[in-house]
Design a protein around this ligand. Sequence first.
Ligand code: MD6
Ligand code: FE
Length: 217
Amino acid sequence: MAGQLPLAFGDLRPPATEFLPGAWHLPRYAAGQAKALLAAIDLVNQHAPFRSMMTPGRRWMSVALTNCGALGWVTDQRGYRYQATDPESGRPWPPLPDGLLALAQGAASVAGYPGFVPDACLINRYLPGAKMALHQDRDERSYDHPIVSVSLGLPATFLFGGLERTDRPERILLEHGDVVVFGGPARLRFHGILPVADGEHPEVGRQRLNLTLRKAG
Ligand code: MD6
Ligand code: FE
């Protein structure tokens, strides 16, 4: 892991690239913190277990999800929204770990969004075959803040389209430890995840985990 090599070897992570205006890919940015992130996700899962959720159109999402932070994203037949409590337990979501906050702030700064203070972290779990249809993230109070996304485990193809659902999307391979930041002119672009191919990741097993950090409230 790059973060554990002696300083003399420098930073072996590939450089961050702005693949579309306002949208950045930071390859392996979080790779050195993967173990801590996985431990944090384990703890969240103990208090607010991953669960299936239904869209307002009454379709089960293929990903399982949970949240940490002051606000959590939920969906049911009434719609998509953020709320302070876990609908399964009625309790507040587990807190956002300090290390995760610092990671998100660092990544946002690299992408030119200093002062990012997320209050919500949605955690998605993809087993092989799970996917995320093209969508816009528009349940947040303001679109002035970026979204920071951290991927762990099995690789997946991220689709990044335009402001219309029918705009032809670009494809980016997201691997273990990769971070994507999007804000500014990219904030409302359509995006999604192609079905995750079967495989076994040495640290994460047969799954992909994705954390998205936002200022939702
Ligand atoms: C995923 N990500 O990577 C799904 N949304 O599993 C998202 O839907 C997403 O990565 C907003 C910002 C960044 C994202
Ligand atoms: Fe999204």
